[in-house]
Design a protein around this ligand. Structure first.
Ligand code: ANZ
Ligand code: ZN
Length: 838
């Protein structure tokens, strides 16, 4: 008996699949179509275990779908634009394109070594002009449809490096390279009108029943629909010619708890006050320092500047509320102005305690109704309204409605809906991205590059020696003539956010003609993606942008589909132990060893602290590179390990023992198949076990419960090992080859061949379940005609009424008795009898 030798076998079958074009998706096929997609990787350099896990899951599903008679599209490509390539260019003096393409080549080989059933003929990289040129065409289509516009917007500006920073380059309000305090600057930038689709993106979530609830909830919160009241306070003086200040609230019920009013630093009122007040000006400048992200603003200490202006309470004009400029009020939400209710909002309470403002309770906290609010924790829960005149005793919802209708009747406010979702700013002042296909002309304004001049290709001769955008610095690239009037004009030097690249790649996979972004009918024949698999870190932005982009194409008539991903699965991470020296430096797990209960350094024996099991990351030195593992144990053992033990949505702790166990299992499986001896006769128990397994695994794979499928295959393997030689055992051995084929495809092909089967197991049909073999017990069924016993039959317990009826009518004895007469009525008592009334 031979051993299973992956070093000899894996490459052989990988080549055979490639030569035969086994996994090429045929759009013209009349089989039902199935589109299985894993989020495409960023070509950072090497495949990591997280990729291996992600792609193994998708692969099992794709292979299973093929075997169950589907035409499967399972493509792979590269999310190849982005900052790391520019960083590499700065640090290592390599061109971002060279760096990226070398990484792609290496990672493609790694993926191939794992035997994934991918249609490599559709491979794409977003950094190549044949992809980004078509993206430019789509951008122009959206521009023509009014879904793209330009406006001034704040960016993070590094005053030392003189460059715009992405949010992730701002660390604690400072530029990541220069360490300088980041400023907010206004630049003219391109935006996509995602807010046009806010309602539809929200409503669509309701129908995505094959998405995790938590992802739908995250998207819902991100879209953030709030109903509330916009109303005007009357001020004690005129500012900018107005004596009104408009605010937005989602809690009009708390109006009697108001103790101050606050505006954003960018609010016109604040700007006006600053004109004559140096302190206000300084305060505004302080607010504008620091990052632009919501998280930066949320975590900052709540600070305010008292303008000396007061606002009259709408129900009690003698209450004069001080108007502050405050750093926690955002200009681009609601109206950029709020009223503060310290008792019932934590930010307002922090603020009020700091500036000694009144804190009045207006919503009861259980029995607690006192107007004087104590403590430092705001009450944002339910309760009856108190200390609120005509609202007293109402619940929050009724009180909201009552205040809104009073405001509308009296004409000082209106009920409104606000959205948290903002339009998508897509301008990046970077080189390594899709050039925005626009030309700026003094006379004509921004003009789209004519489509016959696409792609607008990135210049190759760029330098990264100085910070800032190399496209802007390039001596000639941006100098072009206006396509409309022919005068000297300037090319747009911003590039598109890389999330644009990933917003439509799944459409381009489905259809990639040379002369347009995609063919409508061809794309529609595959879309939506049936099962999308990826990391939960993309739960919001990528998935929302892709949903938006698909809707935008739908609106302009390019695609009938609106939801790109029918099914979504977010897998857990691959984790590993971490170790640290006393000085906090990290050690890799193979630099440490156990000594009694303690861990020490393998060389110098110094004590080491064992940390938590964490996501593999370079910074914690707990990464395991898949390559040597694949070399040593073979692709199938690695794939098997990725599917075993942990449910796919949970974290998977990497362990040497685990991969060894998987390797041993592949050997066992091989021995079982290779060593099977022919035998005679049936083995009912083994038949039943086999068919239960077929049925169970099919369900497990469909629901992505791979660990359950693996457990069932272990059980079946045990059962076959224990069974004596028989015809049933031979059938079971031949069948298990097909059952394991999606998981350990190299071993399965080798076994299929060794068993003398024809063709490849990748093309073999999935085994059928024989329901009669599934049930534990058989029962005897009496067959009566007009109440007299005429025959009996044995059937599986639980056989359906219809099946019993058919079995009874199929009996020769009964047919003879009926002698061609149609039965008038048939009464079936399951598991007992069939009575035919003739
Ligand atoms: C009074 C109030 C009382 C509020 C209370 C909350 C609790 P959501 O629900 O997220 O939409 N707000 C309004 N505009 C703002 C802005 N531009 N910057 C910062 N905060 C702003 O948030 C709406 C609530 O956030 C509004 O309701 C307002 O404070 C504040 F017990 O008004 B509220
Ligand atoms: Zn012009």
């Amino acid at each position: 008996m031979s051993r299973f030798n992956p070093q000899a076998v894996d490459r052989r079958w990988q080549k055979a699949w490639e030569t035969a074009g086994t996994f090429a998706a045929d759009t013209a096929s009349d089989k039902p179509k199935s589109y299985v997609l894993e989020m495409f990787p960023y070509p950072s350099g090497r495949i990591h275990m997280g990729h291996v896990r992600n792609y193994t899951m998708g692969d099992v599903l794709a292979r299973y779908k093929r075997m169950t008679g589907h035409e499967v599209l399972h493509p792979m490509g590269w999310d190849a634009f982005g900052m790391p390539a520019e960083n590499a260019a700065m640090e290592k003096k390599v061109h971002p394109g060279d760096w990226t393409r070398a990484n792609i080549a290496a990672m493609r080989d790694q993926l191939k070594s794992l035997g994934f059933a991918l249609d490599w003929s559709r491979e794409l990289a977003t950094c190549e002009p044949d992809y980004y040129g078509q993206e430019q065409a789509l951008f122009l289509d959206l521009y023509a449809a009014g879904l793209v516009y330009r406006k001034e917007s704040a960016v993070n500006w590094d005053p030392v490096d003189m460059t715009v920073l992405a949010n992730e380059q701002v660390i604690d309000g400072k530029g990541w390279r220069s360490g300088a305090t980041v400023e907010r600057r206004k630049l003219s930038q391109w935006f996509l009108k995602i807010t046009d689709f806010a309602d539809d993106l929200l409503a669509g979530l309701g129908e995505l029943d094959q998405w995790p609830d938590k992802v739908r909830l995250m998207q819902e919160n991100w879209i953030g629909k709030s109903r509330g009241l916009r109303f005007r306070f009357t001020l004690d003086q005129r500012i900018n010619g107005q004596s009104n200040l408009q605010v937005f609230t989602t809690r009009p019920d708390t109006i009697f708890g108001a103790s101050f009013v606050a505006v954003a630093a960018d609010h016109p009122l604040a700007q006006k006050v600053a004109e004559k007040n140096a302190d206000a000006q300084a305060f505004i400048a302080q607010c504008q320092a620091g990052g632009t992200s919501a998280a930066d603003i949320e975590s900052a200490e709540k600070l305010g500047f008292d303008t000396g202006i007061t606002a009259a309470h709408p129900f009690q004009p003698e209450w004069e509320l001080p108007v502050y400029i405050a750093n926690f009020v955002l200009m681009d939400y609601g109206t950029g102005a709020v009223f503060g209710v310290p008792a019932h909002d934590q930010r307002d309470l922090d603020f009020a305690r700091k500036y000694g403002l009144p804190v009045r309770r207006v919503v009861a906290d259980g029995d607690e109704t006192a107007s004087d609010f104590e403590g430092d924790e705001a009450w944002s829960g339910e309760g009856a309204l108190v200390n609120s005149r005509f609202l007293d005793g109402m619940d929050i919802e009724d009180a909201k409605a009552a205040v809104i209708s009073r405001a509308e009747e009296e004409g000082w406010g209106e009920g409104t809906t606000e959205w948290r979702l903002r339009d998508w700013g897509v301008s990046r002042q970077r080189y390594w991205g899709t050039p925005i296909p626009i030309i700026h002309c003094e006379d004509c304004g921004p003009v789209g590059v004519p489509k016959d001049q696409l792609p607008v290709v990135l210049p190759e001769d760029v330098d990264f020696d100085t910070p800032g955008n190399p496209l802007d610095r390039h001596p000639s690239w941006k100098n072009v003539d206006c396509p409309q009037c022919g005068t000297a004009a300037r090319r747009e030097t911003d590039t598109l956010d890389t999330f644009v690249n990933s917003s439509w790649y799944f459409i381009r996979f489905a259809s990639q003609p040379d002369d347009k972004p995609f063919d409508k009918a061809e794309a529609e024949s595959w879309l939506p993606v049936g099962q999308y698999i990826g990391g939960v870190e993309h739960a919001i932005l990528h998935l929302l942008y892709a949903r938006f982009w698909t809707r935008a194409l739908n609106r302009i008539g390019m695609l009938d589909v609106k939801e790109p991903f029918a099914g979504l699965f977010t897998q857990g991470m691959v984790t590993h132990e971490t170790y640290q020296m006393g000085d906090g430096s990290w050690l890799s797990p193979d630099e440490v060893t156990r000594e009694g209960d303690d861990w020490v350094h393998i060389e110098h024996g110094e004590p080491v602290k064992a940390g938590r099991v964490e996501k593999m990351s370079k910074s914690k030195k707990n990464v395991v590179d898949p390559d040597p593992i694949v070399d040593q144990y073979g692709a199938d053992a690695v794939r098997w390990f990725m599917l075993s033990d942990s449910p796919p949505e949970r974290d998977l702790p990497w362990s040497e023992a685990g991969i060894e166990g998987s390797w041993r299992f592949t050997q066992r499986l091989w021995r079982l198949i290779d060593g099977n001896e022919a035998g005679e006769g049936e083995d009912k128990d083994l038949d039943r076990k086999l068919h239960q397994t077929i049925e169970g695994i099919g369900e497990d794979i469909e629901t992505l419960s791979f660990n359950k499928a693996v457990a069932k295959l272990y059980e079946l393997t045990n059962a076959i090992e224990k069974a004596a030689a028989s015809e049933s055992r031979t059938v079971a051995v031949r069948t298990i080859v097909r059952l394991v084929a999606p998981m350990v495809p190299h071993l399965a092909e080798q076994a299929w061949e060794a068993l003398g089967e024809s063709g490849m197991v990748a093309d073999a049909p999935w085994p059928n379940v024989d329901p009669s073999l599934l049930v534990e017990d058989e029962v005897t069924i009496a067959i009566q005609i007009n109440g007299k016993l005429r025959d009996t039959l044995s059937a599986a317990k639980g056989t359906s009424k219809a099946d019993l009826e058919a079995l009874a009518l199929g009996s020769d004895k009964i047919a003879r008795q009926l002698d061609g007469n149609e039965p008038k009525k048939i009464i079936v008592v399951p598991d007992r009898l069939v009575n035919i009334v003739a």
